[in-house]
Design a binder for this molecule. Structure first.
Ligand code: FES
Length: 157
């Protein structure tokens, strides 16, 4: 066990955890942030995606010690003051089906849009390509990302 200091969704927390524990389990079991989902467990599917300093990371395969010194953002922290444009777009486009993968989809989309504020359809497809959805909501995910980009640019409210 180790006394680690983490910054999560704008709060500084001190946690007594094994430094090799995957960040996902610290978020879910120690901090109570259950929006981030466990799925494949090997960093392949993307359901567990969070941001570290704004960059998407697979929290199921990231030792918590690697998050020390970074700002961790989970789906709960994406729209703290008001809904993030991705969250608004996801509602507008009614993207989720079962919903399980969607926190990871939205965290991936939000990070993607930071680097691609006016993406083409091909860029959206490539940017979201490695986050799996067992319900096959891929068409709505792409529409959601396009709508979020339009909201960010002021073309849509
Ligand atoms: Fe069910 Fe994506 S909405 S897994």
């Amino acid at each position: 066990m180790a006394d680690l200091t983490l910054k999560i969704n704008g709060k500084t927390l001190r946690l007594d955890v094994d430094p090799d524990t995957p960040l996902l389990w610290v978020l879910r079991d120690h901090v109570g942030l259950t929006g981030t989902k466990y799925s494949c467990g090997i960093g392949e599917c993307g359901s567990c995606t969070v941001h570290l300093d704004g960059e998407p990371e697979r929290s199921c395969s990231l030792p918590v010690s690697d998050a020390v010194g970074s700002e961790v953002t989970t789906i709960e922290g994406l729209g703290l003051q008001e809904l993030h444009p991705v969250q608004k777009a996801w509602i507008d486009e009614q993207v989720p089906q079962c919903g399980y993968c969607q926190p990871g989809q939205m965290m991936t989309a939000a990070a993607f849009l930071e680097n691609h504020p006016d993406p083409t359809d091909d860029e959206i497809a490539a940017g979201m390509d490695d986050v799996l959805c067992r319900c096959g909501t891929y068409l709505r995910i792409k529409k959601g990302v396009a709508r979020a980009a339009a909201i960010i640019s002021g073309k849509e409210g």
